[in-house]
Design a protein around this ligand. Structure first.
Ligand code: 3PG
Ligand code: MG
Length: 349
């Protein structure tokens, strides 16, 4: 893997530094639902302040603004307030949502020049956005001396370990809904894994046809529900006995036990995607069983992808896995073996 040069090699004393962080946090009713990404941005900011930076200008996108209403709904102001409360230092300045500028997502050089104006150097710490070639993640890196932040480097190191020599058994467990998004990752990593366990809606799609070049293990039973509703009529059924028109909203107990046993013996684990609709407690047992097995395993374990990350956080097990990635799409693209534009734009270290 190619390593971008680290901010730790930069002389930042007395400098004005532009930091691209990924502060794209989930919002619920105007408040921050989870501030993991804000906290994850702090070490680099602290490092810059400790090394005597004159000013630290932080920028990030928030959501995907489209209409005029979004200018209020997706203002970075509450995120900036949270950041300042976690790291009170007068030298930090937070720019408004980069996507309020129409040039951002088209990687417009004019907007990149605006960002670079009056700045001495650029640090990209936005791993979660590194798969985007936007003005603030890619374009600006060509206009200033560019460095990788500590979070970005940690993500590359932890996820990159899965691409190199790993200890066996190497077990991948994948779930969630969007099978198309994950096939390339499974193909790239799965050939080197000893077992590939599939749950969630993905399993139903793959039962019809497995497009991968190796076999996968699918659920033997599910929690079948009469309709997609929290209070639907539901019971455990073997996969061949699901009533017509019913939906599997979780893996069943036999599958959960089998997956759990395989995971507990693993030495390397990558988990992406929940086993069912874990937001509804009646369909959460399978995802919980997987999370507990991943945590219990004496393994190098990596959790990536928004929903499985949320599950492991909510279950309070995040500190029992080796690495919880702040990147959804970015972690998948990295594990597919693709170059991330935000990383490629930084000179090699
Ligand atoms: C994410 O949440 O995956 C990143 O912040 C990137 O956001 P985007 O998919 O809107 O580019
Ligand atoms: Mg563990």
């Amino acid at each position: 893997m190619r390593w971008p040069r680290s901010v730790e090699t930069a002389d930042v004393s007395g400098k004005r530094v532009l930091v691209r962080a990924d502060l794209n946090v989930p919002l619920a009713g105007g408040t921050i639902a989870d501030d993991t990404r804000i906290r994850a941005a702090l070490p680099t900011l602290q490092w810059l302040l400790d090394r005597g930076a004159r000013e630290v200008v932080v920028c990030s996108h928030l959501g995907r603004p489209k209409t005029g209403d979004d200018l209020e709904r997706l203002s970075i102001a509450p995120v900036a307030d949270r950041l300042r409360s976690l790291l009170p230092d007068g030298r930090i300045r937070v720019l408004e949502n980069t996507r309020f500028h129409s040039g951002e997502t088209s990687n417009d050089s004019e907007f990149a020049r605006e960002l670079a104006e009056g700045v001495d150097l650029y640090v990209n710490d936005a791993f979660g956005s590194a798969h985007r070639a936007h003005s603030s993640t890619e374009g600006v890196a060509h206009l200033l001396p560019a460095y990788a932040g500590l979070l970005l480097l940690a993500e590359l190191e932890h996820l990159g370990r899965l691409l190199g020599e790993v200890e066996h058994p190497f077990v991948i467990v994948a779930g969630g809904a969007k099978v198309e998004d994950k096939l390339a990752v499974l193909e790239n990593l799965g050939g080197r894994a000893d077992r590939v366990l599939i749950g969630g809606k993905m399993a139903e799609q793959m039962r019809e046809h497995n497009p991968l070049s190796f076999p996968v293990e699918l659920p033997v039973d599910v929690v079948a529900a009469s309709t997609f509703a929290e209070d639907a009529e539901a019971h455990v059924a073997t996969v061949d006995a699901v009533p017509a028109g019913w939906l599997g909203l979780d893996i069943g107990p036999a599958t959960a036990a089998a997956f759990g046993a395989i995971l507990r013996e693993a030495r390397t684990i990558f988990w992406n995607g929940p086993m069912g609709v874990f937001e509804w407690s009646r369909f959460a047992a399978g995802t919980r069983a997987v999370a507990e097995a991943v945590a219990a395993a004496d393994a190098y374990s990596v959790v990536g992808g928004g929903d499985s990350v949320r599950a492991i956080q909510e279950l309070g097990l995040a500190d029992r896995v080796s690495w919880v990635s702040t990147g959804g799409g970015a972690s998948l693209e990295l594990l597919e073996g693709r170059d991330l534009p935000g990383v490629a734009a930084i000179p090699e270290g």
